[in-house]
Design a protein around this ligand. Structure first.
Ligand code: GDD
Ligand code: MN
Length: 362
């Protein structure tokens, strides 16, 4: 039984595999660490697979070729972990960006409920500074958006180690794209995150597969994680954004109708309807898109009903505040805002509890 399983996702890494094998074998051999190398290849159109097969004759290498899903780095890593025969698992890139010499340190730091991250930002960690300003900004922004999730200084890392046992059900992880470490840290319930400083080198051969599609995937992945960790807040903010867009629809219709000669009071009464329907539809598709698909007409009716109550509340708060308090009468905008806040809380609560109900069994 190997002591450590090293999972390496590959896509078009033909030129890097040989050097990777040599260097892993040398470093781990020197430390007397028995290992297996799991190459998880996503149907590379180059020679990766053939080269991996021939390297398997010389090194403890296993080739894994997942089928039946679209190409994805994170899912490949999960496939590799599923196949790992040792409890200690190290994940790293094939392109020699990650220092092989640090593997023993990562392995040594692994213990129960601990996620060990190879970090470029930890004290002593380094970058190849060949990065363009644009790529730097990109990475900085990506890291910033992951800040609410973890104390790890480098949640974007692709070099890490953990105990397979600590992950128990692999099915509960739902990553998309590149940020598998972030996914594991957020959903993995680790008690401790240990950071090992690493020097990240830009690849010498081959090309990075990071592209715009992967960046969009990161946003989709983040959305999933925000919903998972801060569900109520994420939905509330989303709901608020939908509400704001509905306000634009409302005001536009209000003016448009008057342009067609309709009286301003009638315009006000009518514009509520397209706006409330817009909000209902958008919430159905986006904010609460993953909830039960209830019959449209009935859900629309309930949404309108709660919105009408919300609207009365909005108006009631305004009138009560301005007529009972001199302060609010002087600063009417504050009364108006209090009305909106009160109504929004009411609307959101009603929506989340009744109008868009949870999927049965979830
Ligand atoms: N199986 C599989 N499927 N492997 C893939 C896929 C895929 O769809 N896409 C990329 N890989 C493999 C590559 O062959 C390489 O071994 C590793 O995943 C990283 O891919 P790169 O294309 O070299 O990514 P990068 O250098 O831009 O990004 C790396 O550094 C980032 C931090 O700057 C990765 O480690 C990222 O996870 C990390 O965030
Ligand atoms: Mn790379």
């Amino acid at each position: 039984m190997p002591l450590v399983s090293i999972v390496v996702p590959t896509y078009k890494e033909a030129e890097n595999l040989q050097a990777l094998c040599e260097s892993v074998d040398q470093v781990l051999g020197a430390e007397n660490l028995a290992y297996e190398l799991l190459i998880v290849d996503d149907q590379s159109p180059d020679d990766t697979v053939n080269i991996a097969r021939s390297l398997a004759e010389k090194y403890p290498l296993r080739l894994i070729q997942p089928a039946g899903r679209s190409r994805d780095l994170s899912l490949s890593v999960l496939d590799g972990i599923r196949e790992a025969s040792s409890d200690v698992v190290v994940v790293m890139d094939a392109d020699l960006s990650h220092p092989v010499t640090k593997i023993p340190q990562l392995v040594a730091a692994v213990e129960e409920d601990t996620f060990v991250a190879g970090s470029r930002y930890a004290k002593g960690g380094k970058f190849d500074r060949g990065w363009s300003f644009w790529r730097f900004l990109n990475s900085w922004f990506a890291t910033l958006m992951a800040l609410p999730f973890t104390s790890c200084s480098d949640p974007m890392t692709g070099f890490f180690a953990l105990r397979k046992q600590d992950l128990n059900e692999l099915k509960r992880f739902r990553p998309i794209g590149y940020k598998i470490a972030l996914e594991l840290m957020v959903r993995g319930e680790f008690k401790k995150i240990v950071e090992i400083p690493i020097e990240f080198k830009d690849r010498a051969v081959g090309k990075s597969k990071m592209n715009l599609q992967q960046q969009i995937n990161y946003l989709r992945h983040l959305r999933r994680l925000y919903l998972y960790k801060f569900r109520a807040w994420a939905e509330f903010i989303h709901y608020g954004a939908v509400g704001a867009s509905g306000f634009v629809v409302d005001v536009s219709c209000y003016y448009l109708l008057q342009l067609f000669g309709i009286d301003h009071r009638a315009a006000r009464a009518i514009s509520f309807w397209p706006a409330v329907s817009w909000n209902w539809a958008l919430n159905r598709i986006t904010t609460f898109g993953e909830r039960e698909r209830r019959p449209r007409a009935r859900q629309w009716f309930e949404f309108v009903a709660t919105s009408l109550i919300g609207y009365s509340l909005n108006w009631g708060i305004y009138v009560t505040l301005t007529s009972s308090s001199e302060f609010f009468d002087q600063y009417r905008i504050l009364a108006l805002m209090s009305g909106i806040v009160g109504a929004s809380i009411f609307n959101f609560t009603a929506s989340t509890l009744f109008v868009y109900s949870e999927k049965r069994g979830s």
